[in-house]
Design a protein around this ligand. Structure first.
Ligand code: G6P
Length: 622
């Protein structure tokens, strides 16, 4: 995880680095640091534990650091606890690693990722007289660069490529060398990194929002490449040290998309952006009554030839897969497996070339999902990435890619990306069903027309958010919450439960309603909240019976069901109605009250909604 920034230009670097880091805090926030240098002078290093505000306070909002070239980092601990000494930047020189001020050091660096063979490399460096002040793999990496730089007198690019050949793992790296004032060197393998330029300045960042305020012209540095960055100029090198040219990409999103725009939290803003996220995604895949997947290189023949779909993802994206399975089986008649990426990559699942492996990922950088994609390709499957971040690793490496049009998502708990992913998977199921002759073109047109009504229906649910705000104030002290449902309702329960626990810290579980009686029902006590999802007419009675079994044991019941099912009030204590739609598409509507319930519960508990403890948005470690 972790976020990296860099700046070299004519302005004071400190405030620019801090501003960039503030937009990357979602990538980790247990400590932060910066190194800034002024011409030939030594780099000044300042670090602080905890959130970025501590670093801002320590440096007078970055103004206390002299100099126009610097690198910065916000950390999510992997090796070593979240202490001052382990915070980045790390240096090659001998020092305590915790004092602020100028550091006598040839190399200073920040790193995102994990160096797997760091212990072996540390041994080697110890033998060569290096000493270590921290527990981090990053300090080892910086010192290894220093070792090659001094041993062979080969200049920064070659010292970095030699290091890259020796290390195993993933990294995005930003380095400054004492002998090269005004320059930053960068490298990446399997961790995201971009470089922005304008006339007399250049920027380095883990993600676009960090630099969007300054420039829209970015380079996506490729895997196993090194960049040499000076004000307004960047050159790229491969592992042999040969220069490479890369295309300059212009970012088209609106900078305000990465700001809160008056909402109290990014999560609330992103919840409200779901109608647009759904509509934009739908418009990119369907025009009139037809589905268009040509841009992703997906043809009718390709779909007709598929015999199986495996969906692989993590977290909420995996929940999208759990819902999509129902549609793929129901509308397309295609056997569908849904696998957690962290499990899939280590299993030897027999895969044929008529299997489509769909990797769903908001960030496109989740380490387990990326590894699963590579495993699927090795196993001979065709791969499709459903990704939000353009140019991300998963998008680049998959055979086919469909982008969700959710725009940048900042809150750690995903909302609008989840909703946009659902749309892509619905469309895929409909297209597959049509290609296989399971649904007629009239049915297909009917589904597409119905999908076009979803954004307005989401808006209608959002208009009634005060009811959920009120209800959440009643459950603010809950110890356990259960979310139950069958079929698609079970898939929604999974997402409702994860949203609740990740931002409210209330223990919650999602259960297939029929499975509750095989053990878990023993946890039901007086006033335990059970949230039942009741959107599928064929399963309505059955789930409601399971809910009343809980009520008989003291549970307090909340039911989420389509408008018109008013008889539910005979059984539940609190009913929440959502507009009607085709039953396959209810996940897009039922998820809205689940998100709002989690959001308001977190707010009522006084928690940091956008940055819940122990989490990070983009999980680029295994
Ligand atoms: C993290 C986020 C989740 C997300 C998961 C997968 O755990 O907190 O919201 O669902 O990663 O991320 P991805 O970027 O692959 O969708």
């Amino acid at each position: 995880m972790c976020g990296i920034v860099g700046y070299t230009g004519k302005r004071r670097a400190g405030p620019i680095l801090l501003d960039g880091l503030s937009r990357l805090e979602y990538r980790g926030y247990d400590s932060a640091g910066m190194a800034v240098r002024d011409g030939n002078k030594l780099a000044e290093v300042v670090k602080a534990t905890g959130k970025l505000i501590h670093l801002a306070d320590k440096t007078d909002q970055g103004r206390a650091l002299e100099g126009t070239c610097g690198i910065g980092h916000t950390r999510w601990a992997t090796h070593g606890d979240p202490s001052l000494v382990n915070a980045h930047p790390h240096v090659s020189g001998n020092c305590t690693g915790s004092a602020s001020g100028p550091v006598e050091s040839e190399v200073v660096g920040v790193h995102n990722g994990i160096i797997e063979n760091y212990a072996e490399l540390k041994e080697k460096l110890l033998r060569h007289g290096y000493t270590f002040y921290s527990d981090t793999d990053t300090e080892v990496l910086v010192k290894l660069v220093d070792y090659y730089y001094n041993k062979y007198k080969i200049g920064p690019v070659d010292a970095i490529t030699r290091t890259m050949v020796r290390v195993r793992g993933s990294y995005a790296l930003g380095l400054m060398f004492q002998d090269y004032p005004g320059e930053i060197f960068a490298a990446r393998k399997d961790s995201p990194l971009i470089i922005g330029t304008e006339e007399d300045a250049s920027y380095l960042a883990s993600d676009v929002p960090a630099i969007l305020k300054y420039t829209r012209d970015v380079y996506y540095i490729e895997n196993l490449q090194v960049a040499r960055i000076s004000p307004g100029h960047v050159s790229f090198y491969d592992l042999n040290g040969d220069e490479r040219s890369l295309p300059l990409t212009t970012i088209t999103w609106d900078a305000s998309a990465a700001e809160k725009e008056g909402y109290e939290h990014f999560m609330l803003k992103e919840i409200h952006e779901q109608p647009e996220a759904v509509q934009n995604t739908l418009n990119s895949l369907a025009a009139e009554d037809e589905i268009h997947l040509e841009e992703a290189g997906i043809t009718q023949e390709f779909l007709a030839g598929l015999r199986e779909v495996d969906i692989v993802a993590c977290g909420s994206a995996w929940h999208v897969g759990m819902a999509a399975r129902v549609l793929l089986e129901d509308l397309a008649g295609v056997p569908t497996r849904v696998e957690l990426a962290s499990e899939y990559r280590y299993r030897s699942i027999p895969t044929q070339d008529d299997t489509l492996v769909v990797i769903i990922s908001q960030s496109g950088e989740t380490a387990d999902s990326l590894a699963a994609l590579r495993a699927a390709k090795e196993r001979g499957a065709a791969t499709l990435a459903v990704v939000n971040v353009v140019g991300s690793s998963i998008a680049r490496e998959a055979d086919h890619v469909i982008y969700t049009k959710a725009g940048p998502e900042i809150a750690v708990a995903t909302t609008k990306a989840y909703s946009a992913q659902l749309i892509v998977l619905y469309i895929l199921a409909i297209a597959l069903g049509a290609a296989k002759g399971r649904i007629t073109s009239e049915q297909k047109a009917g589904y597409i027309r119905e999908l076009r009504t979803i954004p307005d229906k989401i808006r209608r649910i959002l208009e009634e958010k005060e009811r959920l705000q009120w209800f959440s104030s009643k459950i603010v002290n809950a110890h356990d919450i259960f979310f139950i449902g069958r079929g698609l309702d079970y898939a929604m329960s999974l997402e409702g439960s994860l949203k609740m626990k990740e931002i409210s810290y209330i223990h919650s579980e999602a259960y297939a309603a029929g499975e509750l009686k095989h053990g878990t029902i023993s946890l039901i006590e007086n006033n335990t909240l059970v949230v039942g999802l009741l959107t599928q007419s064929a399963l309505y009675e059955k789930t409601l019976s399971n809910m009343t079994e809980c009520k008989a044991r003291g549970a307090y019941l909340m039911g989420i069901t389509p408008n018109g099912n008013f008889q539910v009030e005979d059984s539940v204590n609190f009913a929440l109605y959502i507009p009607r739609t085709d039953e396959h598409f209810f996940p897009s509507l039922a998820v809205i009250p689940l998100q709002l319930l989690a959001y308001y519960t977190s707010v009522n508990r006084g928690l940091d909604v956008d940055k819940p403890r122990n989490l990070a948005k983009s999980v680029t470690v295994e």
